[in-house]
Design a protein around this ligand. Structure first.
Ligand SMILES: Cc1ncc(COP(=O)(O)O)c(C=O)c1O
Length: 474
């Protein structure tokens, strides 16, 4: 029975850059779309299919959970999992293209919907003050008037914009008025507003190489040409950008802790970037996603704090300093661009959830936010140390952990080379999380390395246990 069903699926590609869970997902969807699997058919159990394909059960379960969430599969308890009986023709006939092996770009799920050991991009969720949050939330719900139930202000709640302006001045050295601040639903939404307001298809934009894959993907989807600029120990190599794409319309940078290598953009580079932008009337997008988390000395002031000619757009997010499920971020625009952004935000933004904004406002103005960040900075310093020591202890002969001034993940260089992509894929298919540095690079070949989140590693012993599991997969 299982054999027959597996034979209806096209074979998996072991050298594809597409992770196995997605290959399984795509193959089931396509088998349903072209009628090889019919509504009501029973599919193999995750355990049986994993054994048959030589993959971990977790990999198959991830694929099945997406198929269930999207309505293709129906779990029926003890009876098993079935192709949903109610599939209607339009859904039924839509096949998804299988990503070819040579697909250029990161296909790794950057945002798994669960907490996995060593997962990147998540704050310490166990240390979030949930009781306090619940209290503030309950108070905001009780205080809501009928008039608060109307459409929220498009650019964000006035009180929140004011609270963010105060915070940015004190913590990040940025002088701005509340009207320069636009509340968004996350970094991608912020970038989307910037693209609509300031760029047009065909424009060139510098991005860091290696760099955060969603930036590059979003630009490509909006027909903006990506100009990769390499990074070295001082961050983005501005002179390289000037030499190769001096007429670019914008540069997107992560100056506090370069994403993903975590070095800071040096002062001379900051100044030459600002000079290039002001001479060429180009824009700088400062992605300050985790600028607060520096463990050596004090956090550096934002690049925006040095902007004398109104060229820097500052993108902040609450994903790292609160939690990513909140889906709340903000953009600070130069004063001269306020009207333009107001027009674009009227078109593209539906306004953020009023209640969430009210809770965050209270969290900020009552001082909980600053206290939380201070506590997290201390905790991350300790967890970083524990994770680095534990992993070094077990994996030190194979991996070199880079010293970094800040950030929320570790970079482990593979001393003996090999494929970081296949190691990261093996780690993910064994219930942990890792990303390969190669998946973050655009043009330049990078030394193989793993990117591992440390914020949810509570002790050196935990790190050693995870290190041992990784060692077995090497
Ligand atoms: C480089 C970088 N920029 C921005 C973000 C924030 O994205 P969001 O606001 O959608 O959570 C992240 C989150 O992981 C990131 O790594």
């Amino acid at each position: 029975m299982i054999r027959t069903q597996i034979d209806t699926l096209s074979p998996l590609d072991p050298v594809s850059r597409e992770p196995f869970y997605r290959q399984v997902y795509v193959r089931f969807r396509n088998a349903i779309a072209d009628g090889r699997l019919a509504p009501g058919d029973r599919v193999p159990s995750a355990r049986a299919l994993a054994t048959e394909l030589g993959l971990s059960r977790g990999t198959i379960e991830t694929a099945y959970s997406i198929l269930i969430a999207e309505g293709y599969f129906q779990p029926r308890g003890q009876a098993g999992t079935f192709v949903a009986s109610g599939l209607k023709p339009p859904v039924f006939s839509r096949a998804v293209p299988e990503v070819p092996s040579a697909y250029a770009g990161c296909t790794v799920n950057m945002r798994p919907a669960s907490i996995m050991p060593l997962q990147m991009g998540l704050p310490a969720l166990d240390a979030f003050p949930r009781r306090l949050w619940t209290r503030l939330a309950a108070r905001c719900v009780r205080a809501a008037q009928t008039s608060d139930l109307v459409y929220p202000a498009t650019h964000g709640l006035a009180a929140l914009r004011g609270a963010i302006a105060t915070y940015l001045q004190l913590a990040r050295g940025i002088e701005c008025s509340p009207s320069q601040i636009f509340i968004t639903s996350g970094y991608r939404n912020t970038l989307e507003l910037i693209v609509h307001a300031l760029l047009k298809p065909g424009d060139h934009v510098w991005v860091e190489d290696p760099g955060f894959p969603p930036t590059q993907l979003l630009l490509q989807h909006t027909n903006i040409s990506v100009s990769p600029v390499p990074v070295d120990e001082e961050g983005m190599m501005v002179s390289h950008g000037i030499a190769t794409a001096s007429r670019a319309r914008a540069a997107i940078v992560t100056p506090a802790h370069q994403s993903p290598l975590c070095m800071s953009l040096s002062l001379p580079r900051r100044l030459s970037l600002l000079e290039w932008a002001s001479k060429n009337k180009a824009w700088i997008v400062e992605d300050d996603y985790d600028g607060e988390y520096r463990y050596v000395g004090r956090p550096l002031p934002a690049l925006k704090s040095l902007d004398r000619h109104g060229r820097v757009l500052y993108a902040g997010t609450f994903s790292k300093v609160l939690f990513p499920g909140i889906r709340l971020a903000y953009l600070v625009v130069p004063e001269a661009e306020i009207e333009r952004f107001e027009r674009v935000s009227q078109v593209f933004s539906g306004g953020g959830p009023q209640l969430t904004q009210a809770i965050v406002t209270d969290f900020l103005i009552e001082g909980h936010f600053s206290r939380h960040i201070q506590r997290m900075r201390k905790l991350y310093g300790e967890r970083r140390q524990a994770a680095a020591t534990g992993l070094e202890h077990i994996l030190g002969a194979h991996m070199r952990i880079e010293p970094q001034p800040g950030g929320m993940h570790l970079v482990l260089r593979m001393r003996r080379g090999g494929s970081d992509r296949s190691l990261a894929e093996r780690i993910r298919s064994h219930g942990m999380y890792a990303q390969a540095l190669s998946d973050w690079s655009i043009g330049k070949q990078v030394e193989p390395a793993l990117l591992l989140g440390f914020t949810n590693i509570d002790s050196e012993i935990t790190a050693e246990k995870l290190g041992r599991r990784i060692l077995k997969l090497m």
